[in-house]
Design a protein around this ligand. Structure first.
Ligand code: WAQ
Ligand code: MG
Ligand code: MG
Length: 258
């Protein structure tokens, strides 16, 4: 078998200057591509940034890097969808799921208290379940999970099998959640989009899988959330290195879903 070189392709876009100069985060994205598909990968990311509901960017960076490590493959988290009537109901369910996943109530409360300051980042914040404090040192940047992907054809097969609409957004979120939650230090993840028109979010963990909740914010709201609740006993540097650098491919096979 010929081993083909694979590349990590990353994009970030902002408005009113670059992120590091205080610009507003518009869009980010990550893909894994072969050499011959690099143009397509860049185009997908370019398109995503140029047609974003958070606004038109005036800064964008697209970076291509050879992946020089073997790529781990794993199946996607199990998915469930919880239909709710209101944001209040959705948020209550989210908190209950986090608690079920092993996040102490006090920690959930503290995370919610600090949520405002965590919005507007391009990455996630790491919250230690023991101290109930934010433990990453990436202040206004957060930790951006990267080097992960799922072949579109395989994803579409999965979506059909699970009676789900094909959506680039769901694919990206499920890939991210699968990578984040398979690490032993991750206790759970809480997420909803910063895109004003998208109000479905999720709670994920190893045991719960990926639990979509149909309303976690009001339509038009540009405040997003992505929190990884971590077991602070483990080594933070190696954890962040895993999130940012360890390459992972999601791959699904029918009948191998349990
Ligand atoms: N690594 C870390 N944090 C990220 C990443 C990443 N690769 N991508 C996004 N974030 C953070 C960042 O702070 C964003 O502002 C926030 O998450 C929201 O990102 O099943 O679309 O891409 O229907 O706007 C979830 C539900 C959708 C999908 C989530 O998030 C479904 C979504 P967005
Ligand atoms: Mg995204
Ligand atoms: Mg967004």
């Amino acid at each position: 078998m010929i081993e083909e070189n694979l590349f990590s392709v990353r994009m970030r876009a902002s408005k009113n200057g670059a992120h590091e100069d205080g610009g507003k985060h518009i869009s980010g994205g990550e893909q894994i591509s072969t050499y011959s598909h690099l143009k397509d990968a860049v185009n997908v990311l370019l398109d995503k940034a140029l047609t974003h509901s958070r606004g038109n960017p005036d800064f964008m960076q697209i970076q291509i890097e050879l992946i020089d490590k073997p790529i781990t493959k794993c199946k996607p988290l199990q998915v469930g969808t919880i239909e709710v009537e209101s944001v209040e109901e959705g948020q209550l369910i989210a908190r209950n799921l986090l608690e079920q996943a092993g996040v102490p109530i006090v920690c959930i409360e503290k995370a919610y208290q600090q949520m405002k300051e965590c919005s507007g980042l391009r990455g996630a914040i790491l919250f230690d379940i023991h101290s109930g404090k934010r433990v990453d040192d990436r202040s206004d940047k957060g930790v951006r999970v990267s080097r992960m992907d799922w072949l579109t054809t395989n994803y579409e097969k999965w979506a059909t099998y699970n009676n789900m609409l094909v959506s680039q957004r769901v694919k990206e979120a499920l890939v991210l959640a699968t990578k984040v939650n398979r690490h032993p230090a991750t206790v759970a993840e809480l997420c909803w989009s910063d895109d004003p028109e998208y109000i479905t979010g999720y709670v994920a963990s190893k045991e719960l899988g990926y639990q979509r909740i149909t309303k976690l914010k009001t339509y038009g709201d540009e405040h997003g959330c992505r929190i990884f609740f971590v077991n602070g006993a483990s080594d933070l540097d190696s954890y962040i290195n895993y999130l940012e650098n360890e390459p992972l491919f999601v791959q699904w096979e029918e009948g191998n879903d349990a």
